[in-house]
Design a protein around this ligand. Structure first.
Ligand code: CMP
Length: 139
């Protein structure tokens, strides 16, 4: 079925001018970028967005990183978009990511891993609604 997923091009990638290269991989996989904006997240936004990770040892570092530079938030649409984008991203740890994936080609570490993608339909809907209004989604 056609799905929507939420994506973030993270600070390590925007800083290295990789927005276009990452979008090229997204589009080559058949995903459509139906909304996109560059924002500088606030600490409060990052902490709320990553709220499920609040108890993890890397939570503080993760939130600091996400506000360190601008990010590009996006909504991607396509057949099986959630799983498809996870395939395009590759494993969280770039050392474990498959050839040709975004993280294999661009990520620096488990933390500075270039992109985020939703893990399930419910989280995709929540994450999209957190950053975009319905009017901004142009499918
Ligand atoms: P993301 O999909 O954005 O959601 C949670 C993030 O936590 C994950 O990507 C990683 O970037 C980050 N993360 C996971 N493990 C670690 C770690 N060991 N150190 C720092 N960040 C991590």
């Amino acid at each position: 079925a056609i799905q929507r997923t939420f994506s973030i091009i993270k600070p390590d990638a925007t800083k290295r001018n990789l927005t276009g290269a990452i979008n090229a991989k997204i589009e080559a996989a058949g995903l459509r970028i139906i909304a996109q904006k560059r924002i500088h997240m606030t600490k409060a936004q990052a902490e709320t967005f990553y709220g499920v990770h609040r108890e993890r040892p890397f939570f503080g570092e993760l939130c600091e990183f996400m506000v360190s530079e601008p990010v590009v938030v996006q909504v991607l649409e396509g057949e099986n978009a959630i799983a498809k984008y996870r395939d395009v991203m590759g494993a969280t740890d770039p050392a474990e990511a498959a050839d040709g994936t975004i993280r294999k080609d661009f990520a620096l570490s488990k933390g500075e891993n270039s992109v985020h993608g939703s893990d399930a339909p419910e989280t995709a809907a929540e994450e999209i609604a957190y950053f975009f209004s319905g009017l901004e989604l142009v499918g």
